[in-house]
Design a protein around this ligand. Structure first.
Ligand code: XIL
Length: 406
């Protein structure tokens, strides 16, 4: 009886091999899907790397656009709120919080087994009007403003306690070489109002509200070191972070936004890897937090002229890849997040980068009709054809707390 059963199974299996060319039939060693059919999140998981996207909550909720939410769920293991955790959206009226949209994202992430990056606690943009008007009109003075910032950081971190993996505590606090003066310096609303000490304060307030969350400083144009001089933003950040660590400030990681453009020189993977290592040698974790690669939308590009499109698509793939390979090279580079994944919902065409809205675009992995671009398979290949000795599994970071000054 048993023998006959085996014979039957064997015959069926042999037939399957003959017809399908498939050798094994058990679930454990079912043939892996073709590389192009594997998801980014599955390929990232081979290295313990979380692959994420910023999420536009309107698109996620849009029943007429089901591809959006299905790709967020299937391709990514980390999500970031593109807007709904920003102060203007959380507290549009002073003293009244609206957590609805942010909580929806947390819920979506839980259902889809995703981690959440919190974005953002201290930033000069997307502040509530009551706050900026109050400061401009003189009804909110410096002491009150500092108290409001402390309350904001505390309330928001407390609300999401236990649900967020990494917080962007301070965002875009530094100038760029094209600002005046061109020596890098702290800049923006919070620095003008409260001075650079607000950075250390914010990290301490965030840590006091959640002992277990990883706390990040997040910025753009910090993908690779420059000449080490006074115009080198990465060098300035490195020096400042080193100081914060020596003062016992609980900073856990550096978030590099990674907003690149194909019209710029950008960086190669080795420059990126060197930069990550300088920071991680300080004991910090690292993350790419807002990666996209935009291109100039000339009339020919807009009309779909392939002679102008192809070099952009190739340069875009190469730039995405330089950041991902640099990240893979470090066991402390924990997550790689795209700032949106389809041109249909990308912020780039809505933004004026100096030459008008709509002048730049094509910045994401899928076009406006959700067709994958060259960059998607390039990144899948980077994840697939990497492993020991040069690419090793990520090392989890413990939050820094109760630190004495060194
Ligand atoms: C952008 C959003 O993508 C837009 O929808 C919004 O209008 C403006 O902000 N750096 C950041 C992000 O840290 O929060 C910004 O997000 C993009 C640049």
């Amino acid at each position: 009886m048993t023998l006959r059963w085996f014979t039957l199974v064997g015959a069926v299996a042999a037939a399957a091999v003959g017809v399908l060319g498939v050798v094994s039939t058990t679930a454990a060693d079912r043939p892996t899907p073709k590389p192009s059919e594997q998801s980014l999140r599955a390929l990232g998981a081979r290295h313990g790397l979380s692959v994420g996207t910023a999420v536009d909550m309107q698109a996620l909720d849009d029943a007429a656009d089901p591809r959006y939410s299905s790709l967020v769920a299937s391709q990514f293991s980390t999500v970031t709120a593109e807007n709904v955790m920003k102060w203007a959206l959380l507290e549009p009226t002073r003293g009244t919080y609206d957590w609805t949209a942010a909580d929806k994202l947390i819920d979506f992430a839980r259902k889809n087994n995703q981690r959440v990056r919190g974005h953002v606690l201290v930033w000069q943009n997307q502040l509530p009007k009551w706050l900026t008007d109050g400061v401009a009109g003189g009804t909110i003075g410096k002491d009150e403003l500092r108290g409001l910032l402390q309350k904001h950081v505390t309330d928001v971190v407390t609300h999401f306690k236990g649900k967020i993996w990494q917080w962007d505590v301070v965002n875009e606090g530094l100038s760029d070489p094209w600002d005046t003066p061109n020596e890098i310096h702290y800049k923006g609303f919070w620095n003008e109002q409260l001075g650079p000490g607000h950075v250390a304060d914010a990290f301490r307030w965030a840590r006091a509200a959640d002992r277990d969350v990883l706390l990040f400083y997040n910025d753009y144009n910090i993908e690779a070191f420059g000449d080490g001089g006074p115009k080198d933003k990465v060098q300035f950040l490195y020096n400042e972070v080193n100081k914060l660590i020596s003062q016992g400030v609980p900073i856990d990681g550096i978030g590099s936004q990674g907003h690149l453009g194909t019209q710029y020189g950008n960086y190669d993977a080795l420059q990126v890897a060197d930069t990550i290592q300088r920071f991680t040698d300080l004991g910090l974790a690292y993350a790419f937090t807002e990666v996209d690669v935009r291109s100039q939308m000339t009339p020919a590009v807009k009309s779909g002229n392939s002679a102008e499109m192809n070099p952009r698509l190739q340069a875009s793939a190469a730039n995405f890849s330089a950041l991902l390979q640099g990240c893979l090279a470090s066991r402390h580079c924990l997550s790689f997040t795209f700032w949106g994944f389809t041109d249909k919902h990308s912020w780039i065409p809505t933004w004026d980068f100096g030459t008008g809205k709509g002048a730049e675009g094509m910045a994401t992995l899928y076009d406006e009709s959700y067709q994958p671009k060259r960059a998607l398979n390039t990144l899948k290949a980077d994840l697939l054809y990497a492993g020991p000795p040069n690419v090793q599994p990520r090392i989890a970071h413990k939050p820094r707390r109760d630190l004495p000054a060194r």
